[in-house]
Each structure stands twice: as structure tokens, then as C-alpha cells.
Design a protein around this ligand. Structure first.
Ligand SMILES: NC(=O)c1ccc[n+]([C@@H]2O[C@H](COP(=O)([O-])OP(=O)(O)OC[C@H]3O[C@@H](n4cnc5c(N)ncnc54)[C@H](OP(=O)(O)O)[C@@H]3O)[C@@H](O)[C@H]2O)c1
Length: 267
């Protein structure tokens, strides 16, 4: 039995993971901004946490830690995305995107590492995104924020390799969740962008509706928890997106990558 803290346990990947882990007997502390959104299940403890409030972040984590005694695994999962032309993103939108998927995740990671060190070791799993490597058009701030978090995660790996702490970068491809419902979407008020924004959104929405469900990611996370020597980075999703595209993409010149992604998103 493991003691696990996971953010964003009210929907999508976090909910599926919390259910799977609690269902097999792990003790899971799962967060939401609204604890009534966390299902009442044996072994699942609801915690209120808002990624936009750095003070409450520490308070929520420490309250859960006091209740748990220690954590074996912390999963930095909660997040949401902005959708709109990069050229027209407001400073506030960029700040908000980095707050929700970078600054808050780095802070929770810092609190986690202190807690894991005090206990003698454990795992930190950062849920970044394949968008950190294969950017989605009109998700400039999100792509950049996820790339920043992937890079920060690798920095931790460099510094902590050889300790009893494993840091893992989990990069989902498209997964069928509530993510798109929460996306803040805009054409920036510029008619030149209205049609392309709508076109790409249609592809993004279709891809998500046709994507594998979040249970696939939940199973991948359970494996990362159980594996004695887990991979430092794992990709999970449909076969083409998760297994083929990243490999081809790695060896292509930038010009061809841009061409290929534009084709893929019908831009
Ligand atoms: N779905 C995909 O295709 C995909 C692909 C790659 C990466 N990801 C990443 O996977 C993670 C989970 O996404 P998902 O697809 O499962 O999305 P989801 O279904 O929309 O669930 C998002 C979760 O994050 C929480 N959350 C959102 N904003 C928050 C905030 N400001 N403060 C606290 N909690 C917040 C939500 O909780 P409340 O609203 O209840 O507070 C919810 O539990 C995200 O980091 C996302 O970037 C998703």
C-alpha cells in the first residue's frame, strides 16, 4: 500500500488515476478547487487546492501530509490550457498559463522533495505533455509552459539521479478528458485569426473525442509507481501520436516539422 498525493483528481486523468489507485488499496489524497467534485470512495481523501493560490498550495499539501504521515508518490497533474493566437496573447494570459502548469508545479515539486527526503525517498511524477515537443497551433503559452516544465523535470533528474528520489516526466498525447471544456479560447479580437482558430480548434476537438480515455494514463501511472526502475520519461496515448510521431519528429529539420504540423492541424 502506497500513500499518494495527486492534484486534479476531480476529472480526466487525475480522477481515473485516483480511482484506479484507491481501488487497488493505495491511500490517495486527491485535490480539486471544489472538494465536492471528488467522489466519495474508500481510500480517497479529498483536498482543496487551487493552483493559482501559492499560499494555499503549501497549506493544502502540508495538511494532507500531516493526515497521511508521509507520501511515497506525488503526482503533479492538475492543469488547464489557453487557446488563441500567440501574437495576441496578453501578458496576463501568459502569466496565468505559467502559474497553472509551471510555477505551481515547481512549488509543489519543491514541497514534495522536502517531504520525500524526510521520509527517505519516493517518486515525483510530473504530468507535462507531448505538446512540449510537438506544439499545437494556437496553444503557444501552453506548449511553452509544458516545455518549460519538461525541462525543469529533466534538471531535477540530473541533480537527483543516484538519490532515493525518482523524478518522472509523463507526457500524454491526446487523451479524452474534460480538458477542452475548460480551455479559454479566443481569436484575440483579430478577424485575420477567426477562421484559422476555428479550423484548428475543430481538429483539436475531433482528435480529443477520438483519443483513448484517461484510464490508459491511469494504468501508465500505476506502472510508473510499481516499476522498480521506471523510465525517466514516458509517453502515453494513441499509437501514432505517442509512438510514431515523436520518433519521426526528432530527426526532421525544423522546416519539415512546421510543414508536417500545419498539415496535421489543417492550418
Ligand atoms: N487531455 C489531454 O489530451 C492531455 C494531454 C497532455 C497533457 N495533459 C495534461 O494532463 C493534466 C490533466 O488534464 P486532463 O486532461 O485530465 O484535464 P481535465 O479533465 O480538465 O482535468 C483537470 C483537473 O485539473 C484541475 N484543475 C484545473 N485547473 C485548476 C486550478 N487552477 N487549480 C486547481 N486545480 C485545477 C481540475 O480540478 P477542478 O476544476 O475540480 O479544480 C481537474 O481535476 C494537465 O496537466 C494537462 O495539461 C492532458
Amino acid at each position: 500500500m502506497k500513500r499518494i498525493f495527486i492534484t486534479g483528481a476531480s476529472a480526466g486523468i487525475g480522477l481515473a488515476t485516483a480511482k484506479l489507485l484507491a481501488g487497488r488499496g493505495d491511500e490517495v489524497w486527491g485535490t480539486s478547487r471544489d472538494v465536492t467534485r471528488i467522489p466519495q470512495l474508500p481510500h480517497l481523501h479529498a483536498v482543496r487546492l487551487d493552483l493559482r493560490d501559492m499560499t494555499s498550495l503549501g497549506e493544502s499539501f502540508h495538511a494532507a501530509l500531516r493526515e497521511a504521515g508521509h507520501f511515497d508518490v506525488v503526482i503533479n497533474n492538475a492543469g488547464s490550457g489557453h487557446f488563441g493566437p500567440a501574437e495576441l496573447l496578453s501578458a496576463e494570459a501568459v502569466q496565468d498559463q505559467f502559474q497553472t502548469v509551471v510555477f505551481s508545479h515547481i512549488e509543489l515539486g519543491r514541497l514534495t522533495l522536502a517531504a520525500l527526503r524526510a521520509h527517505g525517498g519516493g517518486r515525483l511524477i510530473n504530468v507535462t505533455s507531448l505538446a512540449s515537443r510537438l506544439p499545437v497551433p494556437f496553444m503557444g503559452a501552453y506548449n511553452a509552459a509544458k516545455a518549460a516544465m519538461a525541462s525543469f523535470t529533466m534538471s531535477l533528474q540530473l541533480e537527483l539521479e543516484g538519490s532515493n528520489i525518482r523524478v518522472i516526466d509523463l507526457q500524454p498525447a491526446d487523451i479524452r478528458t474534460e480538458f477542452n471544456d475548460a480551455v479559454a479560447r479566443t481569436d484575440g479580437g483579430d478577424p485575420r485569426y477567426t477562421t484559422p482558430v476555428e479550423q484548428v480548434w475543430r481538429v483539436v476537438d475531433q482528435n480529443m473525442k477520438a483519443a483513448p480515455g484517461p484510464e490508459l494514463v491511469a494504468r501508465a501511472i500505476a506502472k510508473l509507481i510499481d516499476d522498480e526502475n521506471p523510465p525517466r520519461r514516458a509517453t502515453v496515448g494513441g499509437f501514432f501520436q505517442a509512438a510514431i510521431a515523436p520518433v519521426i519528429f526528432r530527426f526532421l529539420p525544423q522546416r519539415v516539422r512546421v510543414w508536417g504540423l500545419k498539415k496535421y492541424y489543417k492550418l
